[in-house]
Design a protein around this ligand. Structure first.
Ligand SMILES: Cc1ncc(COP(=O)(O)O)c(C=O)c1O
Length: 457
């Protein structure tokens, strides 16, 4: 859909007058935000006709199969004409089919609970933990642990479980019963060089369990690879130790795959790189690539059984609903999205193109001292910028913002840690759609090279 030139000015004026933009400082909104009108693959066009290469998948890592997928639009259209909605208390054709297709990709998992945002999927998981505590542990095992630098969503309780101090600032008081433990970013090792960092960082979780009392801790929620907190890959041995500690203290392991799920990191799910078995998995963004809002909380059969009522216990089942979790367009879009990922081998492409992107970052690192660390898995990669490589002092966020800004002027959209962690908003992030080609990867490197040269000379 192209917007006529004379419409653009009026739309921009209406937008400025009435739309309250997400996570945008007021001054930036007043200056005007872009008006995007069309997308195809990784390419995006604004109302001025300027073309961008989008390495952010819609700003927040959503459009895994790329823009302009008519086959998803057609599947949604067909489903909406047949039946648009009935509450999730009933069965629907796309709901049943997508749940089956999803479970097929997640050995060991069994049940799919539908809702419509990542925050909501995590809220469902938290409610399950709380209800399991109430039903089976006299309410005592109700605490939920989360990790410094992870993010789990925007609602007050999801923020209560988020380890990003700037995200939380001014929104308290928070929901009680959520407890933080230290991050596992080896580049910023807190324990000294003579430790086995992965094991030591996992033991930091055990220390918190013991301090709180294992009989009070019901679950831990973790991102498989931390996203907005700075693209943090788990160090060697970390996940194995985390699972071992969870088993030791009977703590449920919730893995937040809202970003990493559906191929982003070169596997169907991020946790599958590490061979661990979760108790619950949440997902959202790439599930339907933004063609419809959908999120899922997936559990083992054991969790489902813990929340099944005994005879005569009329409150004993999971008494939860998500109105829009019943929209049939969502699983219809998700089914087609999954079909595309499979038919076009996009998971493999994510792994392959991710390696090329990281190799490109390494060449940039050899050239630009402002690059302190590069890291990533599949098509989810980051560059940590430093003022001094020796001391690893982070650059001021205005510097990473300037690099991202220059990339945008040059027609490349990238992301960056933004109002997340005080003093450490210094990581650029890259999550292009999984359909990316070698030439497009090379273009990202070329533009970045120019931006670093101009901004950080
Ligand atoms: C890891 C993670 N979990 C949860 C969320 C929240 O998802 P939503 O914005 O769909 O509520 C996000 C959003 O960026 C996220 O990055």
């Amino acid at each position: 859909m192209n917007i006529k030139a004379d419409e653009v000015a009026s739309l921009k004026a209406l937008d400025k007058e009435h739309v309250w933009h997400h996570i945008t400082p007021t001054a930036a909104a007043k200056a005007g935000v872009p008006l995007f009108v069309r997308g195809e693959g990784l390419q995006l066009w604004d109302s001025e006709g300027k073309e961008y290469l989008d390495a952010s998948s819609g700003g927040v890592w959503v459009t895994n199969v790329g823009y302009g997928r008519r086959e998803i639009a057609d599947a949604v259209h067909e489903q909406l004409c047949a039946l648009n909605y009935f509450s999730g208390a009933a069965a629907t054709k796309p709901g049943a089919l997508f749940a089956d297709a999803l479970i097929d990709k997640m050995p060991g998992m069994s049940r799919v609970y539908y809702s419509s945002s990542g925050s909501e999927a995590n809220e469902k998981a938290f409610k399950m933990v709380r209800q399991i505590a109430a039903k089976h542990y006299g309410g005592k095992k109700h605490k939920i642990l989360f990790r410094e630098r992870d993010y789990h969503g925007t609602t007050i309780t999801a923020l209560s479980a988020s380890g990003q101090n700037e995200r939380r600032e001014q929104f308290g008081p928070f929901t009680p019963g959520f407890v933080e433990f230290p991050h596992c970013l080896e580049y910023r090792n807190q324990y000294g060089n003579d430790v086995d960092y992965g094991v030591r960082a996992a033991e930091a979780m055990e220390e918190v369990i013991l301090r709180e009392g294992a009989d009070t801790v019901g679950a831990v929620i973790l991102e498989p690879i931390t996203a907005g907190g700075g693209i943090i890959l788990p160090p060697q041995g970390y996940w194995e130790k985390i699972r071992e500690i969870c088993d030791k203290y009977n703590v449920l392991l919730i893995i937040d795959e809202v970003v990493c799920g559906l191929g982003r990191t070169g596997a169907w799910f991020g946790y599958q790189h590490y061979g661990i078995k979760p108790d619950m998995v949440t997902m959202a963004k790439g599930v339907a690539s933004g063609y419809a809002p959908i999120s899922c909380t997936v559990t083992t059969e054991k969790v489902y059984e813990l929340l099944s009522e005994a005879e005569g216990d009329h409150l004993g089942f999971f008494r939860d609903i998500s109105t829009f979790g019943g929209c049939t367009s969502a699983p219809a879009a998700a089914l087609k999205n999954m079909e595309i990922l499979e038919n076009e081998n996009l998971i493999e492409n994510s792994a392959r193109m991710g390696e090329r992107l990281l190799a490109g970052f390494e060449t940039l690192k050899a050239k630009h001292p402002v690059i302190g660390d590069v890291r990533g898995k599949g098509l989810f990669c980051g560059i940590e910028m430093v003022a001094d490589r020796e001391t690893r002092e982070p650059v001021h966020e205005s510097v990473s913002a300037a690099v991202a800004g220059r990339c945008k002027e040059l027609g490349l959209l990238i992301g960056r840690t933004n109002r997340s962690i005080a003093g450490y908003n210094n990581v650029l992030n890259f999550a292009p759609a999984l359909v990316i080609t070698e030439a497009q990867v090379d273009r990202i490197i070329e533009v970045l090279d120019q931006a670093f040269s101009e901004v950080c000379a």
